[in-house]
Write a new protein. Structure first.
Length: 290
């Protein structure tokens, strides 16, 4: 194999550089043609020999670009292939209008059931596109309607189940000879415990309120007694010698009644007991183990 990049080249003895001329020929007229590799876009049958050519069969084809064939500004291409059996020429071209290929000569396109009956006019195509857009736009509305229908069906099914259950219970009761009445609500343990906790909290708050009222009354009575004793000691007779009437002592209440109604006054600092809100919050204290 010779070297690709060489510094010296061989010139034969009879080489004449004057005979080398630059020739500029006219450009090829007609449509542009080039060789491409493609696969058969549809199944077809050769009209010459009857050979079947299936979709996807690969060929070395000639691609032609006719300048005068366009659809809405879209270029149409024509392809030339040869039959694999008789080498007959088969021609087909692109069809931008239907987004497909159209067979021209040399073969007949096989019947495709999924394409039968899709020929439609421009108005029908526009109506179909508008209808599809409207369906896509109303997708959310349809979904909401389906959700509402599903909920309604579930509610109806639940009501029917309840009716069937009640009818079966009534039939069973009639067969047994027992009168059917309205069932009273069952008192569960949780509801009973909640009521007990509420009652305990109410009693605790009521007892604490009574203790506070009693302590306030005791303090008020003690202050009143102290004030009366100080005022009596400050009142003394004048030096003029005129008799001053002495205040008559108030009748003393029986000792037994006073001792029962009111305790003796005390000037000690009274510390109010803190209220226990545990019962109100539903917290139960565990008994001490000691």
């Amino acid at each position: 194999m010779s070297e690709r990049k060489v510094l010296t080249k061989y010139y034969p003895p009879d080489f004449d550089p004057s005979q080398l001329k630059r020739i500029r020929g006219p450009k090829a007229a007609g449509p542009k043609v080039q060789t491409v590799r493609l696969a058969a876009p549809f199944s077809m049958k050769c009209t010459s020999c009857g050979e079947y050519i299936y979709k996807g069969r690969k060929f070395n084809a000639r691609k032609e670009t006719p300048q005068d064939e366009k659809y809405l500004g879209i270029q149409i291409f024509r392809f030339y292939i040869r039959c694999t059996r008789c080498s007959g020429q088969i021609t087909f071209k692109t069809d931008p209008k239907n987004q497909d290929y159209a067979c021209e000569s040399g073969a007949k396109r096989s019947t495709e059931p999924w394409r039968v009956g899709i020929d439609e006019t421009d108005e029908q195509r526009l109506d179909r596109l508008e209808r599809e857009e409207e369906e896509e736009r109303n997708a959310m509305v349809e979904l909401e309607a389906k959700t509402v229908d599903a909920k309604r069906e579930m509610a109806v099914a639940d009501a029917l189940d309840e009716i069937r259950t009640r009818n079966a219970r009534m039939e069973r009761a009639n067969a047994d000879g027992v009168e059917v009445g309205v069932a009273e609500p069952v008192d569960t343990d949780a509801e009973r415990q909640e009521r007990e906790d509420a009652e305990a909290a109410r009693r605790a708050f009521e007892f604490a309120r009574q203790v506070d009222n009693m302590m306030e009354e005791i303090l008020d009575d003690g202050m009143d007694d102290a004030g009366s004793s100080s005022s009596a000691s400050a009142f003394t007779p004048e030096t003029s010698g005129s008799p001053v009437p002495k205040p008559e002592p108030a009748p003393a209440a029986p000792a037994s009644t006073a001792s029962k109604d009111m305790p003796p006054p005390s000037f000690k600092r009274v510390v109010k007991k803190k209220k226990d809100h545990a019962a109100l919050l539903g917290i139960k204290k565990k008994p001490s183990l000691v």
